[in-house]
Write a protein that binds this ligand. Structure first.
Ligand code: DC
Length: 225
């Protein structure tokens, strides 16, 4: 059967990763969380106190960063590894979330990750979610979806996710972080978040995860068949 690449873009907290994970499983495709890669670099920057205003320091840091995804046998999802260490939990913490937009606005960081992401996509059969997948990483993707949702819906979902992981956060803090990341991600100079011209819009504010997946799966199957 023909394999395609699926690009899922949209604002923070729009349910992209949950949707992408289930979709990939249903199609027996590889799921790649590109945001996790930006988060892993952000963790490295924090832990090693990298000076983001110093391009040489950023380039040196990137040379010593190895990012991989490995299957977590317990939940059957791919966890992100930074230099051989599983950092899946650490990269979801507020300290990382608060700085990831700043790190992902850096040209060298984007070039480094886009190259890796494009290599993963060469064999097709990839569902990748992020901000620039349909515009920069896979401009030729057979299916591009741009997911939107109201700020209220997104903040509520993020709150439930973080609470389920035992993290202490409040709704207002999450809302502020989402709004500030939306602003930074959409206004940065290097490949800002925007909808690819040929992407299909899906507003998920009033959709369940199952409904979201169903919609995109149907679109994918039409192309595959
Ligand atoms: O998807 P996420 O919320 O985990 O992504 C974290 C941050 O990484 C997001 O605020 C912006 C950045 N990002 C990006 O610039 N490009 C991508 N393709 C994915 C994420």
């Amino acid at each position: 059967m023909k394999k395609i690449n699926i690009a899922l873009d949209g604002h923070a907290g729009g349910g992209k990763s949950t949707t992408a994970k289930i979709l990939a499983k249903k199609l027996a495709y590889i799921y790649v969380d590109s945001g996790a890669m930006y988060r892993a670099i952000t963790l490295f920057v924090i832990e090693n106190d990298v000076d983001l205003n110093n391009t040489e320091a950023v380039e040196n840091a990137l040379r010593s960063i190895e990012i991989d995804f490995k299957l977590n046998e317990q939940n059957q999802h791919n966890d992100v590894f930074l230099n051989g260490k599983n950092v899946e939990d650490k990269i979801r913490k507020m300290e990382v979330t608060a700085r990831v937009s700043e790190v992902s606005a850096i040209k060298e960081v984007r070039e480094f990750l886009v190259k890796k992401q494009q290599e993963i996509g060469l064999k097709k059969g990839v569902v990748m979610d992020g901000r620039d997948i349909g515009t920069v990483v896979f401009p030729e993707a057979e299916l591009k979806v741009f997911m939107t949702a109201s700020i209220e819906a997104r903040a509520q979902r993020r709150l439930m996710e973080m609470k389920a992981k035992g993290q202490e956060v409040n709704l207002e803090e999450i809302k502020q972080n989402l709004e500030s990341r939306d602003h930074q991600d959409s206004t940065r100079k290097e490949s800002p978040l925007r909808k690819a011209e040929d992407a299909i819009d899906i507003d998920t504010s009033d959709l369940t995860i199952e409904e979201q997946v169903e919609k995109i799966l149907n679109l994918a199957l039409q192309i595959i068949n």
